[in-house]
Design a protein around this ligand. Structure first.
Ligand code: HEC
Ligand code: HEC
Length: 480
């Protein structure tokens, strides 16, 4: 166990009041960690949930006021209940489609986590969205009849409303090839490499240079706290000299803010395409459910999808399908969604695992901790010490994980580091667990083994660990 003896631990426990580069023995490290253990257990600061649930991630953080709790649960009902085709008797909930991926947010974000992955073979996917992207940023997209996202579903029409409804865009065929590998200690493992084919294309062949980009619905708890990290604290990580020396560079996406008209730092989505939680939620309504709003006023029909445009005009909405008053409630729900507390971090195995996490350099991208912006407009989320384990930056993760498509500054092999808080609870809460942007990994172990590119060194070091060390690291990851 030489790893656990003397280690040069670089504390990217960022913005915690510690000297940046310390070198100390394992004993000291454990003592030091004990000092911050209580904080570390309280993953979301005041926005940690009060009691750990085994049934759902959906609880407001304990810092929410009574009024906020009420708004949270009203917002939740708009997140949970299915939207219906307009016109209908329930005007507050109609406007679905014409093209859409699912009828409700919760269909993909089951219990605030990740709904079941698509099965192999051909299917109409739900929680696995196929976005459509291009292999270089310069391509002219105007002839892309499908738009930026494949919607496999279309609203049905009552007789007499419209003679020919638009076609759904495509179905998905998913196949895996198995890859065999071996740890240094001889233990074998198997990974599954996915292949995606769009089938039953409703509008002809895909445009040239267009590729499907798979996105498996992520966990959404704690997103309000990620929204509340200051730009300065993120950007400071671009200059982390130690990481750069190791071949790791935190690159932030610069994306369009629909409301301000400015290019801003990207935070949400697997390639950090949206700058704010508000815009992310508004985009989900329009892109995934077909509900127009003040951020995205047109349904996702391209100009060539004439029947879609015709169908989008049915219904009695004067303006947008979800008014700001209701959209605000869904954003409030998302902001206040609490984070589950960490478990058992004082136990020896978790403590060893934490040291290994730092020893392998995982924290260079999975930044453990922040203090959120003191000026964040929702007081309950401001100035909180949080433990999300992400830098929210883009990293080149190698060919194995590449989708080949651009999103603003993000290249075909770059992905945003996802937060790791709560990932160990997925199986218990949703009844299944899959990891990574496309849900290919069946376990945390597989997710680590897929790391390449800038994370190749960390991945290699992981394969060199003994079984006991690997178990310690995995136990730590399941506890945070
Ligand atoms: C059809 C499945 C689906 C539906 C329906 C859906 N989402 Fe998502 N959600 C996703 C996927 C996939 C992503 C990642 C998108 C990307 O990378 O472009 C995502 C991303 C998010 C994120 C960003 C999380 C992060 O850390 O980046 C939030 C927040 C979110 N969704 C909230 C919602 C809300 C609120 C609704 C309902 C209005 C909704 N989603 C509806 C699949 C879905
Ligand atoms: C160079 C930056 C970088 C380093 C170093 C790194 N990661 Fe990651 N990690 C990422 C990115 C980016 C993803 C998302 C990749 C994807 O979805 O395709 C990810 C995904 C993960 C996931 C899956 C999370 C989920 O919810 O799907 C786990 C678990 C994980 N990393 C653990 C680790 C561990 C443990 C280490 C150290 C051995 C490590 N990472 C090192 C950037 C990094």
């Amino acid at each position: 166990m030489h790893l656990l003896k003397t280690i040069g631990l670089i504390l990217t426990l960022n913005f915690v009041s510690l000297t940046p580069a310390l070198s100390f023995s394992a004993d000291e490290a454990i003592k030091l960690d004990k000092n911050i253990l209580a904080e570390q257990t309280n993953t979301g600061g005041d926005m940690t949930v009060k009691r750990l649930s085994t049934r759902s991630f959906i609880y407001a953080g304990k810092g929410a006021t009574r009024k906020q709790q009420l708004d949270f649960w009203t917002g939740f009902s708009l997140f949970r209940d299915p939207w219906v085709t307009a016109p209908s008797a329930t005007k507050d909930r109609d406007g679905l489609g014409p093209l859409f991926n699912a009828r409700s947010c919760i269909a993909c974000h089951q219990a605030g986590g990740r709904a079941a992955m698509s099965k192999t073979g051909e299917s109409i996917p739900t929680a696995l969205i196929m976005r459509l992207g291009f292999t270089t940023p310069e391509i002219d997209h105007s002839n892309n009849v499908y738009g930026g996202q494949i919607q496999p579903r279309v609203t049905k029409f009552v007789d007499g409303q419209q003679s020919s409804p638009p076609s759904a865009e495509a179905w998905l065929s998913l196949e895996y090839t198995l890859i065999n590998g071996q740890f240094a200690d001889g233990e074998t493992y198997q990974l599954q490499h996915p292949k995606y084919t769009l089938t039953r294309l409703g509008y002809g062949a895909l445009p040239e240079h267009a590729l499907p980009s798979p996105r498996y619905a992520p966990n959404i708890f704690g997103a309000g706290l990620l929204d509340a990290i200051s730009d300065e604290d993120l950007l400071a990580q671009e200059e982390n000299k130690h990481a750069i020396k190791q071949g790791i560079s935190a690159k932030y996406n610069r994306v369009y803010n629909v409301k301000s008209g400015q290019m801003e730092l990207g935070r949400f989505g697997f390639k950090a395409k949206h700058p704010t939680l508000y815009q992310q939620v508004a985009a989900a309504f329009r892109d995934d459910i077909g509900i127009t709003n003040s951020y995205f006023t047109d349904d996702s029909c391209t100009k060539q999808q004439v029947l879609c445009i015709q169908a989008s005009k049915l219904g009695e909405h004067e303006n947008v399908e979800i008014p700001d008053k209701l959209l605000n409630l869904v954003v409030t729900f998302n902001r206040l969604l609490g984070v589950p507390p960490a478990r058992n971090l004082s136990k020896p195995q978790q403590q060893s695992g934490q040291l290994i996490f730092h020893q392998l350099g995982c924290q260079q991208c999975h930044t453990p901790s922040y203090i959120t912006d003191k000026n964040y407009p929702v007081a309950a989320l401001a100035k909180q010490k949080i433990w999300p384990y992400t830098d929210l930056a883009l990293h080149d993760m190698g060919e194995g994980l590449a989708d080949g498509v651009y999103e603003y500054q993000a290249t075909g092999s770059e992905w945003r580091t996802p937060p790791l808080w709560g990932i160990g609870l997925q199986k218990k809460i949703t009844g299944h667990q899959r990891f990574l942007h496309d849900g290919r990994a069946r376990s945390i172990n597989e997710a680590i083994l897929w790391h390449g590119g800038e994370a190749a060194d960390a991945q290699h070091k992981y394969t060199q660990l003994t079984k006991v060390q690997r178990q310690a690291l995995l136990t730590f990851l399941k506890s945070i």
